[in-house]
Design a protein around this ligand. Structure first.
Ligand SMILES: [Zn+2]
Length: 241
């Protein structure tokens, strides 16, 4: 009898602890499983271009989706590519209108007006107003807390990266090095946001891409797109002003 009540007490305490941990930490069994999932966001900056079309072919062949941060003034003449990005289930983010630092970084107003201009052109073309944005060269040294607050008033959300193919530094980087850089990720880093580029010069990126996709597939990663629901992910903000 004593043994039985002791056993019951242990069960009760264990159950309380389990339920308590669910409440305190907000865990549920399903979210624990989800957190263990490996997720990668393939992201391509600086399109649309002829090479973006090639990237889309590769994504299609490998049955994965990606996110394209596009430059507004490159849309003219590449309208079909933007439509294809949208129609094939990828997501579109904003990467300013001119990508010219002297236009976008001296003032927040200039930066925001370029994002809005690109947003309008995309809306005219495919009927959506993207709110996910990426700073050219990343938000480091540009994003401040007041600036972030201001961007949020436009519903903009900022996405940097935590893995990089290094094709932005030199588009002629040898293919093996591009592959090594793009797969040099930590197992503890989740989700992975991988930066790549797809303007007209990025031929080597296209050659390395199938191997990169294969690597992440073989390692059990799920490929997702960045959209309004994706938690913001930006570099640490150091300056407060
Ligand atoms: Zn860029």
């Amino acid at each position: 009898m004593i043994k039985k009540s002791l056993f019951m007490s242990i069960c009760l305490v264990s159950m309380c602890f389990f339920l308590g941990s669910q409440l305190v930490f907000g865990y549920s069994t399903s979210s624990l499983i989800k957190n263990n999932n490996k997720i990668i966001y393939l992201t391509f900056d600086d399109g649309p271009s002829i090479m973006t079309d090639k990237v889309l072919d590769i994504l299609k062949e490998n049955d994965v989706t990606a996110t394209f941060f596009i430059i507004g003034n490159q849309i003219k003449g590449q309208e079909a590519v933007v439509k294809r990005i949208f129609n094939e289930g990828h997501s579109i983010g904003l990467h300013t209108y001119t990508h010219t630092y002297k236009n976008i970084y001296p003032s927040r107003k200039g930066f925001i007006s370029e994002m809005l201009k690109s947003q309008n052109e995309i809306n005219d073309l495919v009927g959506i107003k993207p709110t996910t944005i990426r700073f050219p060269s990343g938000s480091r040294n540009h994003l401040t807390k007041p600036f972030l607050d201001q961007l949020h008033t436009y519903n903009f959300k900022v996405y940097d990266w935590n893995a990089c193919m290094s094709d932005g530094v030199n588009c002629k980087t040898p293919i093996d090095k591009l592959y090594r850089d793009a797969t040099r990720t930590k197992d503890t880093e989740h989700p992975i946001i991988l930066l790549m580029h797809c303007d007209y010069m990025h031929k080597n990126t296209c050659i390395a891409l199938p191997r990169v996709i294969k690597y992440y597939k073989n390692n059990g990663y799920e490929f997702k797109i960045i959209n309004d629901e994706t938690p913001e992910n930006y570099f640490p903000i150091k300056n407060k002003k």
